[in-house]
Design a protein around this ligand. Structure first.
Ligand code: FE2
Ligand code: FE2
Length: 281
């Protein structure tokens, strides 16, 4: 197990960098813009016409974001990934945070920020009824009941895993933001993506520091890249969701290899042809 104590001052610098770089954000902008869009649709549709419940409802419905159902499903999948946070928190705190005060300090910020992501996606999905809410709740319950085993127990191996996970998430949100028809959602995704970038920066740089100290840990990186599984794999309809997402082009094996595996290997100064081949598709 790696000793993080010699890296203390470097980790403190990474933590400070995170705090300096993160622009706090709230739900106000999202909610106000969603409300304004509804109100605008209502004003335009209702005009001087009759204000009965049916026409108000129709006008209200017209104010929903122009989101393709496949993109809504992709966002719901992202939401489910974010919302299993209680399990990630338990696993990561037990094996990463508990033994080291500085890592615990970062970890607590990370929990708060990840929680905000899931809630923001939930607000968007529910307010616009982008997916049937009963199905979404069912899937959430299934996800939480399935739990999530710890991806590793060694702190270094966990940070390899979280580096892959954070970059994979960032890439997913960036690519989803590029294709969604709703600019409001694209803005939200970019905002969350900025948080994921900062999470990635902490874990990825901590891994690089540890690799410099102990180059033989490249073997652990290799293991992490070969065995990586995203959290939503616990969902019973995971394969269907994956097929749908791949069809949209938002993600696939090639994207994972070229935008996640290869940039990480380059950043860590590693050559790992087996890991590249594993994700060659
Ligand atoms: Fe997140
Ligand atoms: Fe994150």
């Amino acid at each position: 197990m790696i000793d993080f104590d010699p890296l203390e001052k470097h980790l403190a610098r990474l933590l400070e960098r995170h705090d300096r770089a993160r622009a706090p954000w709230t739900y106000d902008d999202l909610i106000e813009r969603m409300q304004d869009r509804r109100l605008d649709a209502m004003v335009r549709r209702l005009g001087d016409g009759p204000v009965d419940l049916a026409s108000v409802r129709a006008a209200w419905a017209a104010g929903a974001g122009p989101l393709h159902p496949d993109h809504a499903k992709a966002l719901e999948t992202a939401y489910l990934g974010e919302t299993n946070l209680p399990w990630y928190a338990e696993n990561l705190y037990a094996h990463l945070g508990r033994g080291h005060p500085l890592l615990a300090d970062f970890f607590r910020r990370w929990v708060a920020e990840e929680d905000q992501h899931g809630r923001a996606f939930e607000i968007y999905l529910l307010m616009d009824r982008a997916v049937p809410s009963a199905e979404m709740l069912d899937a959430k319950t299934t996800m939480l009941r399935a739990g999530r085993p710890a991806p590793a127990v060694d702190p270094f191996e966990i940070m390899v895993y979280t580096s892959i996970q954070e970059l994979s998430t960032r890439v997913f949100y960036a690519r989803l933001a590029r294709v969604v028809a709703d600019p409001l959602l694209a803005d939200l995704l970019r905002r969350v993506q900025a948080d994921e970038s900062l999470h990635l920066a902490f874990y990825r740089d901590a891994v690089r520091l540890a690799l410099r100290q102990r180059p033989e840990l490249a073997e652990v990186v290799h293991r992490g890249l070969m065995g990586f599984r995203e959290p939503v794999t616990v969902l019973p309809d995971y394969e269907e969701r994956k097929a749908l997402i791949w069809d949209t082009g938002i993600s696939n094996l090639k994207v994972f290899r070229t935008e996640v595996v290869e940039p990480l290997l380059t950043y860590w100064g590693l050559e790992d042809s087996a890991a590249r081949a594993r994700w060659a598709g």
